[in-house]
Each structure stands twice: as C-alpha cells, then as structure tokens.
Design a protein around this ligand. Structure first.
Ligand code: URA
Length: 239
C-alpha cells in the first residue's frame, strides 16, 4: 500500500498533511527516512515510524457488524454498497472481508476480518460451525416442522440438509422462530422453510459458533471483537 495512503487511512492526517510530514522527513520505514509518498510499504512486515514513534498497525483485525438490510456482504459490488463500505477508513486499511455471506436482505451478526486462517476454519464445511437465525415466518410453524428440520429436509435442488434445530418462539399466522444450522448453503434458511411450504419474511443471524450478536449495535454499526471473543473463536472446536 502507498505510504501516504497508509498514514492517512490510519488517521495521521489528510493525504496533503501526510505528504508534508513525509517532506519534513518525519517518516521512516525500516529506519530509513522516506519522503516519497508513493513508496509502497507492507505495514504488516515493515516498521513504519512517525517522529520516531512506531505507527500502530496490527496484523489482524476482527470486527462484529450488525449487518443492515440492503447492503451486500462482499468486498465489492459495482451496483451498490457493501459491508466494507460501511467501515471507517482506519479499519478498511487492514483489507478485511466478511466471513461468509448473508443475503442482501438479511440482518445481523457478520464477522469481518483479515485473518484468512480463522475465516477458513469457521467456513469449512467439515467443521459444522452452528449458526443461529431468528426469523419471522409467514405461516404457522408446527411441531411437524421441528421434526422435519431435526431429520433434515430436501431443498429445491434435491440437496438433503443436515439436521437443524428449530425452536418456535411464537406460533400463529405469523410465527417467530429460531433455527440453528451447521451448513451455509445458498439461501439455506429460506429454502428450508420453502421445503415445508412456508416463507421467511424477516431473517437475522444472532450467533455463529461461540460469537453472539451484540444487541447494543444498531443496524450498520460495528465494533472490534474483545480479546476474549477472539480467543473463543480461535479455540472453538465443534463437538
Ligand atoms: N439463510 C438464508 O436463507 N439467508 C441468509 O442470509 C442466511 C442463511
């Protein structure tokens, strides 16, 4: 990444101010004064200092977002906004990406990190990391649905899902439910309900493995994971 961009994104001033700092000889990379704003640096591997003070750059960043509806959980979307666009520049500088996908209209817990290894472990189909969703269903969810989901249902493309744990919170012409699944097939929750003739009208993820959605986060807000949450995720082993 360009040195001026790095420093500006980390909050050390505007691009113009940062260029002036560089011109003044205030910035060193690996102990060498660098005045060239265009110089490319790898902040994870190289030490950058400003007036002798090390520029704070951590290797990994772990963010929890309460994803709002209407944005894509991707790093790029030519036709609209992504969850990455909602991050402050000082977080974008770490080049994080969402761990797994939520549909555009789905809300709730989204982990965003640049830790590829952790993401890989959480997403691996072999690991069966449980994900719990709260949903509002158009239709009456019944004990039969609990039994059907408990065995696994056949989706529209013939795929038989792994068992899911369905809990009915409120049953009526509109039902509130929680569903825990251990896979992440495309539109899985919506398609599981379709397989029993019902429609999901609202969907929100509330947990992923040991990570629970921080309900104090408004839609579109995010925060860094606590050290404890990061440890829980790293140590997480599915039983
Ligand atoms: N299942 C869905 O149908 N959509 C999501 O966004 C996540 C799980």
């Amino acid at each position: 990444m360009r040195l001026d961009k790095l420093l500006a994104n980390l909050g050390y001033g505007s691009r113009k101010e940062v260029k002036q700092l560089l011109k003044n000889g205030a910035v060193q990379v690996e102990g060498e004064v660098i005045k060239d704003a265009k110089r490319h640096v790898d902040p994870a591997a190289q030490t950058v200092t400003l007036y002798g003070e090390q520029v704070e750059y951590k290797e990994f960043i772990y963010l929890m977002m309460n994803k709002p509806p209407g944005v894509l959980s991707a790093t790029e979307d030519p036709s609209g906004e992504t969850v990455i666009d909602l991050l402050e520049l000082e977080d974008q500088v770490y080049e994080p990406f969402p761990v797994g996908r939520l549909d555009k209209d789905t809300e709730g817990l989204l982990l965003i990190t640049n830790d590829g290894q952790l993401a890989h472990r959480l997403l691996s189909p072999k690991k069966h990391v449980p994900k719990t969703y709260f949903a509002v269903i158009d239709g009456e969810v019944t004990e039969e649905d609990i039994l059907a989901f408990g065995k696994g249902v056949i989706l529209d493309d013939g795929y038989e899902t792994k068992p899911g744990e369905l809990v009915i919170l409120k049953s009526g012409i509109r039902s509130d439910i929680e569903l825990t699944i251990t896979e992440g097939k495309f539109h899985q929750v919506k398609r599981m309900f379709e397989s029993v003739g019902k429609k999901v009208v609202y969907l929100k993820r509330i947990s992923m493995g040991p990570l629970k959605l921080d309900e104090t986060l408004e839609l579109g807000e995010y925060r860094e994971l606590t050290e404890e949450e990061v440890e829980l995720l790293k140590d997480y082993q599915v039983k």
